[in-house]
Ligand binder design. Structure first.
Ligand code: NAP
Length: 306
């Protein structure tokens, strides 16, 4: 789709590299984000700045969103200087953010009343997938709108899957977040057990990644854990946002999710340290390490030194 003009709102860890792919793919990209400085490198690459969501939406046929949570999507679409009033009839909003399925359905209905199609299109593959354009994109919404934007999505990801009607992409993404959280607990426990047996993390990652116990979490977060690299990737506070969405879905449907609840509690322990919510999710290992200290020396927890 050479020379296509697209808007893009939200140039954080995920959004920024995706804008880069669209620029290299030949698109004109108009960007807006809450903190303008985060878009600076993209402007140097040829993107155009808009002062508001409406400014990013006014002259384009396709508007991407990659913001944080359900209220953020509502704000950029329907808040002050929101995109909804500026979008052309017949344009398509592609929401790459992870939000609640109910929110996705509601926003899609509100935009449809203005003649604008909306696809929920959350992604998986992490910051690495965004940088390498290898994301999996899970799409909910109309098939016709998806086919119109498919060439753009192919610049961002390796696998584009139409899951079903509006909200279905977000529903599948919630399932993905269950797997991410629970797999991560296994990685933490395996690495700590290996350490107690004198086996290095490098051996665990190298030998076990290709076996039945291997996972994306082990291959990608194991090395960061063993290097003590807690920089995000995917921030703990964002995973907590996602697990809240998961638990709401579980509650609404009556599906018990005890493992997800345990992961939430471990992440809460990480969040309780100053700045913990801004660390990458691999920081779950810090909660486990604190438990190991408690097991070895309970006085460190109670503060009692008998
Ligand atoms: P991030 O680095 O915090 O980026 C979000 C960006 O959106 C920030 O630049 C933020 O502005 C901007 N934003 C938020 N609310 C806004 C608003 N109301 N108006 C304008 N801009 C707004 O987070 P991220 O890691 O890129 O994640 C973005 C989305 O992708 C989230 O829904 C997340 O759950 C999902 N996701 C993330 C990953 C990952 O590995 N990181 C993987 C898959 C999916 P500020 O800079 O001012 O905060």
């Amino acid at each position: 789709m050479p020379e296509t003009s697209v808007g893009f709102i939200g140039t954080g860890i995920m959004g920024a590299p995706l804008v880069g792919h669209l620029l290299r793919g030949g698109c004109r990209v108009i960007v807006h984000s809450r903190t303008r400085t985060k878009a600076g490198p993209l402007l140097a690459q040829g993107a155009t700045w808009a002062d508001s969501p409406a400014g990013a939406a006014a002259a384009v046929d396709v508007l991407f969103l990659m913001v944080t949570d359900t209220p953020d999507v509502e704000q950029v679409l329907f808040g002050q200087d929101g995109a909804a009033l500026a979008l052309k009839r017949g344009s398509v909003v592609v929401d790459l953010s992870t939000i609640s399925p109910a929110g996705a359905r509601e926003f899609s209905t509100r935009l449809a009343a203005r003649g604008v199609a909306m696809l929920d299109a959350p992604v998986t593959g992490g910051d690495i997938g965004a940088r390498n354009a290898t994301l999996t994109i899970m799409v909910g919404g109309g098939a016709e709108a998806l086919e119109r934007v498919r060439p753009l999505l192919e610049m961002l990801g390796r696998r584009i899957v139409h899951v079903g009607p509006s909200g279905a992409g977000q529903a599948l993404k919630a399932c993905n977040q269950v797997l991410c959280a629970v797999n991560l607990m296994g990685v933490c426990e395996a690495l700590l057990l290996a350490r107690s047996a004198g086996i290095s993390p490098g051996v665990v990652i190298d030998v076990l990644s290709a076996g039945a116990g291997g996972s994306w979490a082990l291959a990608n977060y194991g090395p960061r854990m063993s290097a003590g690299d807690m920089a995000p990737g995917f921030m703990v506070k964002l995973q907590q946002k996602d697990l809240r969405i998961v638990q709401e879905a579980g509650q609404a449907s009556g599906v018990p999710m005890p493992a997800t609840a345990l992961a939430q509690q471990l992440f809460r322990a990480v969040e309780s340290a100053a700045g913990g919510g801004d660390l990458g999710t691999q920081a779950m290992i810090m909660a486990y390490e604190r438990l190991c200290v408690m097991a070895a020396d309970p006085t460190r927890v109670t503060g009692m030194t008998a």
